[in-house]
Design a protein around this ligand. Structure first.
Ligand SMILES: Cc1ncc(COP(=O)(O)O)c(C=O)c1O
Length: 207
């Protein structure tokens, strides 16, 4: 059926009010997601889930005479399902975060970020010449400034240069947008309002 980039989206399943957004995801061949985004654990905590264990193993496992310990028998060898044989215990922080937060804690985090994303979208939509390009159903907000792609890129760059916030850019349906992802556990309403003010000032100085 295809592969799901659930870097943010898969975490929506932990929150009762966003879980419906994942309808049908179980039919995918694989999912990818990150812990270093919404789970707020350190970088290089990425996870992939493959529905077909035979294909998964065939893509990853290797066998050479001078490296032992790979699974040749009935017992699953974890190293047959990843790219590196030797690695630090990356999984530990993920385990700690999930044990600490539990499903409810992760769900609350998701809910809070979505609420802040809606707040940001509301602030943006109230500014003349600024439009929000997506339905803000999760933590993602696409913002366009005027009708000129260059203006949108310039506002995103100015916002980044301010040091107050960081957001990316994207092209969606042929148009440039500033792409905002609200994902940090410590982001507050005040942060959203400060960010909105910086973005608004950048747009006004460009007009
Ligand atoms: C939806 C989505 N997929 C994939 C990525 C890439 O993530 P990473 O750089 O952690 O591999 C990003 C990064 O922002 C993302 O937003």
């Amino acid at each position: 059926m295809g592969d799901v980039d659930g870097a943010f989206g898969l975490w929506a399943a932990a929150n009762p009010s966003t879980r419906h957004l994942l309808a049908g995801v179980e039919a995918a061949d694989s999912w990818g997601t990150d812990g270093h985004k919404w789970l707020n654990v350190p970088y290089d905590s990425g996870y992939s889930f493959c529905a077909d264990p035979v294909a998964h193993r065939a893509a990853m496992a290797y066998s050479v005479a001078y490296v032992t310990g790979h699974g040749e028998g009935p017992v699953r060898a974890p190293s047959d399902y990843i790219l590196e044989s030797s690695r630090r215990a990356r999984g530990f922080v993920t385990w700690v975060a999930l044990r600490l937060l539990g499903r409810t804690g992760v769900g609350d985090l998701v809910e809070r970020c979505c609420r802040l994303a809606r707040r940001f979208a509301g602030r943006m939509a109230a500014i003349e010449g600024v439009s929000v390009g997506n339905d803000v159903v999760l933590n993602q907000v696409l913002v366009r400034f005027g009708e000129d792609d260059g203006a949108t890129d310039a506002v995103a760059a100015a916002a980044q240069e301010s040091g107050e916030c960081w957001m990316g850019s994207t092209t969606w349906r042929g148009k440039r947008y500033m792409r905002v992802s609200v994902a940090n556990w410590s982001t507050s309403e005040d942060d959203i309002d400060r960010t909105s003010a910086v973005v608004e000032a950048a747009w006004r100085s460009l007009r």
